[in-house]
Write a protein that binds this ligand. Structure first.
Ligand code: SF4
Ligand code: MG
Length: 327
């Protein structure tokens, strides 16, 4: 499939009183049309900041996109005016977050919140927008959509609210849907229902999805492609089956082996010993070296190149796969 989004050497920094945090540190990967790409990693690895950079929502201090390109259908989003970018956000790219209550307006009915963007971006009349809103509510699997149309967010359950967020996100018929931990705040049964819904809708609408998660169960169920991030960098990338069958990077192997420790508050799901390094003190070496049981001298001195080692679609950044002398 054709590439819809290409991150090229993206650098997103946060300027803090103790130094510059390189939240996204030379990140490159692509999302293809109609594909679900999962970005996986622990809290603070840069996965949400990558998505926010794509939406151009890290523009005010302390955040800054310090380098690189984000091509959307070949156009660099970082070069667009605020107005052009707003148009892309309303028409081509939508985002849903973990906690729908904070994105919904509590004083407006569900119907008002779905029809408003339809009138604004799709230039529909009020009547057309209402008809379309009711179609969208029923498309996300909510029975009696007319009744929900007149409800307020607080009258709905968490799962229903996330369905409404998905309906709003899909109302502009986007080419890309970004979903940042969309099911993390929901209980397990509802989680499964929302994931089913997203999968169905993707099939039906052929929307590409960038799904951000720390949950490998979600990855296994949803992903076509997987990008693994650690300390601001992509350390492995592969088609989902390949990644689960033949993980290369010791961190990815650790994620797959580790027992989940359910702790939603901290997103610390994995029992890989050690700590993520302080993002202010990152050196140009392998950022995983302190936690890696295979660490060699070179790992502490030089950054491993991110590239394929045999299979073209499978890339990793680890000295274990580099031949001696390449260093
Ligand atoms: Fe471990 Fe070295 Fe590979 Fe980093 S580069 S993951 S420290 S073996
Ligand atoms: Mg996050």
């Amino acid at each position: 499939a054709k590439e819809l989004v290409q991150f090229r050497n993206l650098e997103t920094h946060f300027h803090t009183s103790s130094g510059v945090v390189k939240a996204v540190n030379d990140v490159s990967f692509s999302i293809r049309e109609g594909e679900t790409l999962c970005v996986v990693g622990e809290s603070g690895c840069g996965k949400s900041v990558t998505a926010m950079s794509l939406m151009r929502l890290v523009e005010t201090p302390p955040g800054k996109i310090a380098g690189g390109e984000i091509l959307f259908e070949g156009k660099d989003l970082l070069k667009l005016s605020k107005r052009e970018m707003a148009r892309i956000r309303g028409n081509d790219i939508s985002i849903i977050f973990q906690e729908p209550m904070s994105s919904l307006n509590p004083v407006l009915t569900v119907g008002e919140q779905i029809t408003e963007p339809l009138m604004l971006h799709m230039l529909m009349s009020k009547k057309e927008a209402k008809k379309r809103a009711i179609e969208l509510i029923s498309m996300v699997g909510i029975p009696r959509p007319e009744k929900i149309f007149d409800s307020y967010p607080h009258e709905l359950s968490g799962g229903m609210r996330q369905r409404i967020m998905i309906a709003i996100a899909l109302s502009c018929d986007p080419k890309l849907l970004i979903a940042d931990e969309p099911t993390t705040a929901l209980d397990v049964t509802i989680q499964a229902q929302i994931l089913d819904l997203m999968r169905d809708l993707k099939q039906k609408l052929n929307t590409a999805i960038m799904l951000i998660t720390h949950d490998l169960g979600v990855v296994a169920e949803m992903a076509d492609y997987v990008v693994v991030m650690y300390a601001g960098k992509v350390i492995e990338e592969a088609p989902v089956l390949e990644l689960f069958k033949d993980p290369r990077h010791p961190y990815t192997k650790g994620l797959l082996k580790a027992k989940p420790v359910i702790n939603k508050k901290t997103e610390r799901l994995y029992s890989i010993p050690g700590q993520v390094p302080n993002p202010i003190e990152l050196e140009a070496n392998c950022h995983f070296h302190d936690r890696c049981e295979f660490a060699m001298d070179i790992c502490r001195q030089k950054q491993p190149p991110f590239r394929s080692h045999g299979n073209e679609k499978h890339k990793t950044a680890c000295w274990l796969y580099e031949k001696e002398g390449d260093a």
